[in-house]
Design a protein around this ligand. Structure first.
Ligand code: BGC
Length: 407
């Protein structure tokens, strides 16, 4: 859509303020693809008559979130901030620090349009809505360089098992089988993706939804820990730090694959790579095509300033509007939070995600299932596991104890 048309559409759907109100918006979208996507939000907010002051925080969510939270609790709140869907902002809401958006949600029919409804549930505390969901991101994807396999002369793997079986050939060709960044959340993400892919939906649900600790300690999950031990070997020569540096190893055909969320698509796009031709994406690691409905939402700290509060509510409405949903999600590689918009421009990988979503093969994200403390402990365990030669059985036993602490 041309900017002029977009502006007109936004003017029609969002009330224009008399004067531009500045809002500082914090987020951790600093890679090439992420920056291109967040620029769409800023452009739309500015075009609607307000002013987006960009507060990008480098280093990923693990670095950004504590900074965001301490600014809000420490009396230096921003106008709006990104968090993942789930419980990350729960304590801030409970402490009365966040703006109630229920009137915006009602005026814009969020209850009817937001899909799946779990996204709005994650924004709801005591019946009031405190966030505007902007996308659905799922971490359960394997991204592959087609060229690595073409050069070796073997077919591109169709699932995780083929990926592991062909890894010796990849290594013999001087390539890294699995690219993995060094930040703790990345090995934890890979483990999460393996859970649903390798253990399957029933075992996954038993552990993460019904909190059945026997299944967590049992044979289906032993296979998951074994897969993680395989992955640990395949990633031994990957020395990069950030997730997008690891994606770049796949884009430049230095590595065969990466387990990463669908935000990796943004990087392939800015590198002009074509889904299906230059790279392959395997949701559910090609084994079990389920995706979790994680992603991002914006929260608005209370500012005690009626003018800013009105702008915060205008931004909340704008983020959910159809025009912004299309422009933002196409660049971000994420799926929209509403099903009533035209995504015909989506690439092959996004289309796979949309089909999975439409088929209802979705599960709640880790942030929705476990509290931040359990997640942090599990992340620490994964760091230890990936950096050492801790046996799979020992890691499984430690993991079960961590989960039990969150029951
Ligand atoms: C967010 C994505 C982001 C990714 C990497 C995730 O937590 O949901 O929007 O692209 O982190 O920065």
């Amino acid at each position: 859509m041309k900017l002029t048309k977009l502006t007109a559409a936004l003017c029609a759907s969002v009330a224009m303020p008399a004067m531009a109100t500045e809002l500082e918006v914090t987020h951790w979208w600093t890679s090439g693809g992420e920056a291109a996507a967040v620029a769409e939000l800023a452009k739309a907010f500015d075009a609607s008559g307000d002013k987006w002051i960009d507060g990008a925080i480098a280093g990923g969510g693990g670095t950004a979130r504590p900074i965001m939270i301490s600014r809000i609790t420490g009396g230096d709140p921003m106008g709006a901030t990104q968090f993942n869907h789930g419980q990350q902002a729960l304590e801030l809401v409970e402490a009365g620090l966040m703006l109630d958006l229920t009137d915006v949600a009602e005026a814009n029919n969020w209850k009817e349009i937001v899909y799946p409804p779990s996204l709005l549930d994650a924004c709801t505390v005591d019946g009031k809505i405190y966030c505007a969901p902007v996308n659905i991101h799922s971490p359960e994807w394997l991204w592959l360089s087609n060229k690595v396999y073409e050069d070796i002369g073997i077919p591109v793997p169709k699932d995780w098992n083929e990926f592991v079986a062909t890894a010796p050939q990849v290594e013999a060709a001087g390539k890294i089988p699995l690219a993995l960044g060094n930040q703790p959340w990345q090995s934890n993400l890979a483990f999460g993706a393996m859970q649903i892919a390798v253990a399957g939906l029933d075992a996954w649900k038993a552990v993460n939804v019904d909190k059945n600790m026997d299944v967590a300690a049992g044979p289906e999950y032993a296979k998951v820990f074994q897969a993680a031990a395989d992955a640990r070997k395949l990633a031994a020569k990957s020395t990069v730090q950030d997730w997008n540096q690891a994606t770049n190893l796949v884009i430049t055909d230095e590595a065969a694959g990466q387990i990463m969320g669908d935000w990796a698509q943004g990087e392939f796009q800015v590198a002009n790579e074509v889904a299906g031709k230059d790279y392959t994406c395997l949701p559910g690691l090609g084994l079990n095509e389920y995706i979790s409905t994680g992603g991002d939402a914006f929260y608005f700290p209370k500012l005690d300033d009626p003018e800013k509060e009105a702008a915060q509510k205008r931004l909340a409405a704008l983020l959910v509007s159809p025009e912004v949903q299309v422009a933002f999600n196409l660049k971000k590689g994420s799926l929209p939070i509403r099903g009533d918009i035209d995504l015909s421009a989506a690439n092959d990988c996004m289309k796979k995600g949309l089909e999975i979503l439409a088929g209802g093969n979705i599960v709640p994200s880790g942030d929705m299932n476990w509290n931040p403390d359990v997640q942090k402990q599990a992340e620490d365990l994964m760091v230890e596991f990936w950096k050492s030669d801790m046996p799979a059985e020992e890691a499984q036993a430690k993991w079960v104890e961590i989960l039990k602490s969150g029951l």
